[in-house]
Ligand binder design. Structure first.
Ligand SMILES: [Zn+2]
Length: 242
């Protein structure tokens, strides 16, 4: 039995009921979850899992060998299979990830349209959001200021962010039509028939399994806190939320 990933359709589920379907020495697998497992550059959610009068700590969530494992700190209190549990996310942590993740999507389209540069990697944590771009020349202080202003101008338009599920071929076609590079999604195993496409109004579109806000107004103001050369035509831009 597979875990239903509740956050794929709804990024605002903070608490939910679930059943233990499998367990290990230090983890449980649930029939459904709103916890985001580490992946796609985004750190995992953390929170609590309760049953009877016990409140356990979910310290890490990871996808391993086809299972979504919720690692429990109190390993001596892990409930039995079939136990009904109540789960709650550390919402401050998750909401920060959502704000950074959508901001990084806006940044990547900004970099594409103003610097003709593709995003080649990203990382989203509670500390910051960063993205790497293929750029032959180092970004100057002035350009970083321009990027900060440009991204904030887009965010300030209060753009709606939508999640759409498209059949694989349609998703690739759609992204190509919008001018995106689709080599990386064409590499996704053919068994994946449906793609989740995140659209920041008509400004940015991306195939992404991460968690996002529903309107850019929720991001607030971003700051470009630093750039770093990653060597060989790669520049890292790091964002901080104000
Ligand atoms: Zn993403």
């Amino acid at each position: 039995m597979q875990t239903t990933m509740l956050y794929m359709e709804d990024n605002y589920i903070r608490s939910f009921d679930a059943k233990i379907i499998s367990k290990g020495e230090n983890y449980v697998v649930l029939n459904q979850t709103a916890f985001y497992p580490e992946g796609g550059g985004q750190e995992c959610d953390t929170g609590t899992l309760s049953y009877n009068d016990k409140i356990l700590t979910v310290s890490k969530v990871r996808r391993e060998s086809g299972e979504v494992k919720h690692f429990i700190f109190e390993i001596d209190q892990i409930p039995e299979i079939s136990t009904s549990v109540k789960c709650a996310l550390d919402w401050d942590r998750r909401f920060t990830h959502m704000r950074y993740h959508t901001a990084i999507h806006v940044l990547s389209t900004y970099m594409k349209s103003h610097f003709n540069s593709e995003c080649v990697g990203n990382n989203i944590s509670t500390r910051n959001g960063r993205a790497d771009f293929n750029l032959q020349e180092a970004l100057t202080e002035e350009q970083l200021k321009q990027i900060e202003k440009g991204v904030n101008d887009v965010i300030n338009k209060n753009l709606p962010v939508k999640i759409n599920f498209l059949p694989r071929e349609d998703a690739i076609k759609f992204l190509e039509e919008k001018g995106y590079q689709t080599d990386y999604i064409a590499m996704v195993p053919p068994s994946v028939k449906t793609f989740r496409v995140i659209s920041v109004n008509d400004y940015d579109h991306a195939s992404c399994a991460g968690t996002h806000v529903t309107n850019t107004s929720e991001i607030g103001k971003i700051k470009v806190i630093k750039r770093r050369s990653m060597g060989k035509g790669k520049e890292r831009v790091t964002l901080s939320l104000d």
